[in-house]
Ligand binder design. Structure first.
Ligand code: PMP
Length: 416
């Protein structure tokens, strides 16, 4: 298995060395060298993650927690090693506060369903924000339908930042939960999550943080931030698809009912009554994506070796450079200009629809996202149906930004 040998955190990220660990970055797309700028949708995978997946199926595959034989025991050990790695990576107090899910979406649905069943009452309120991904809106709407609770929404400013004053005003005695994104996938805004959590906790209100766009880019310390729940997806942080994490404090996870029933989540079953297994099994019914979980450890190890601070510094430099370059293009408007931003550049052009921009860029081998980014309320807030979005990660270079910018000039020359 290849291990990147990178310099200590003080030195800038050696992007060429990083790129060499990602086989897909060497392919051509539409006959041009691939320029992959759709990292907010999903990240590419380093060789160590790819190899961990094939090694698992070649030499380690067995079902977890079920057998006394060698492979079952090995698979169980590997599965639990990822849990221990995630505990360290996110600094959870206990390994059993880490629940494996299919991803951010499932983590939010799990909590929303538990709240609907055992916490929410008619007239209760859940506070969200205009920045949310549909994954952090729709499960709460479903929970409201089941319980009679209502959504309250924090507005955003013209620069795409949360209106903090409005947030404070929305918190009241009826608020049962704040569910808010750490980093906006559509605009890149980084929310001041510690302050948001503190304000909610002062009133005894728990907080769920949608960390889908934070975990790949920011050092997440769940105890330091103090959130009650945190969710993220492996596939955005160099790991496989179909795997994610729900962190919840022991107190909350003990309080919520199981999300799904099935094998592994029980203590005893009779036709009259079933009792639940302890955490984390209570929330992990059925056979999960074991290979995916096992390989996810290697993704977190990779991020640790390169260093999230160094990755964030690199992305910051690339996105600042890209923002300066695209602002030179007449008729291009950047949407989302928050002071604290992750590596996301969302924009519209007066001469072309975002889908046309995406198509022209694709013909140049450049992958960006064009659409509403599963954030229709946010698009509505900015008066656009969709945007074009370039999103950067540790392996993107200034040269790739130059390719993007010259392709955008081409869009202008074709449509203007
Ligand atoms: N929340 C945010 C902020 C996201 O960016 C995404 C993915 N685009 C999700 C939730 C949903 O993640 P997943 O599809 O991996 O469950």
């Amino acid at each position: 298995m290849t291990t990147p040998t990178l310099a200590p955190p003080q030195t800038p990220l050696d992007v060429e060395r990083v790129r060499a660990d990602f086989p897909i970055l060497g392919i051509s797309a539409r006959g041009k060298p691939l320029v992959y700028l759709d990292n907010a949708a999903t990240s590419q995978k380093p060789r160590s993650v790819i190899e961990a997946t094939s090694t698992y199926y070649e030499a380690q595959n067995g079902n977890i927690h079920r057998g006394v034989h060698y492979l079952s025991e090995l698979a169980t050990i590997l599965y639990d090693e990822t849990r221990a790695t995630a505990q360290r990576f996110f600094n959870a107090r206990h390994a059993h506060e880490i629940i494996f899910t299919r991803g951010t979406t499932e983590g939010i649905n799990l909590v929303a369903s538990g709240f609907a069943q055992s916490v929410l009452k008619p007239g209760d309120e859940i506070v969200l924000s205009t920045l949310e991904h549909h994954s952090n809106i729709v499960p709460w709407q479903l929970a409201c339908e089941r319980s009679g609770a209502q959504l309250r929404v924090v507005p955003v400013t013209e620069s795409g930042e949360l209106d903090i004053e409005a947030y404070h005003q929305l918190l009241n005695d009826r608020t049962r939960l704040v569910a808010i994104t750490w980093v906006s996938n559509a605009l890149g805004t980084i929310n001041p999550v510690r302050d948001l959590v503190n304000a909610a906790h002062t009133r005894g209100i728990p907080v769920l943080l949608d960390g889908a766009q934070a975990a790949p880019h920011i050092t997440v310390d769940v105890q330091e931030v103090g959130c009650d729940f945190f969710v993220c997806s492996s596939h955005k942080m160099l790991g496989p698809t179909g795997v994610g994490i729900l962190y919840g404090t022991e107190a909350w996870l003990d309080r919520l009912p199981p999300y799904q029933g099935g094998g592994d989540m029980i203590d005893t079953v009779t036709f009259e009554k079933t009792t639940w297994a302890r955490l984390p099994s209570k929330f992990e019914a059925g056979t999960p994506d074991i290979a995916g979980v096992v390989a996810f450890k290697h993704a977190m190890d990779y991020l640790d070796r390169v260093g999230l601070e160094r990755i964030a510094a690199h992305e910051h430099e690339v996105v600042e450079y890209a923002t300066r370059q695209v602002q030179e293009i007449p008729g291009l408007r950047v949407i989302g200009t928050a002071a604290q931003k992750a590596g996301v550049l969302s924009f519209v052009m007066d001469c072309a629809h975002p889908h046309d921009i995406g198509t022209i860029l694709d013909s140049e081998g450049i992958a960006i996202r064009a659409g509403h980014h599963c954030a229709q309320p946010l698009m509505r807030r900015f008066g656009v149906p969709s945007t074009a979005r370039a999103s950067f990660y540790l392996y993107n270079t200034r040269d790739e930004v130059d390719v993007l910018v010259s392709a955008l000039h081409k869009v202008r020359s074709l449509f203007a």
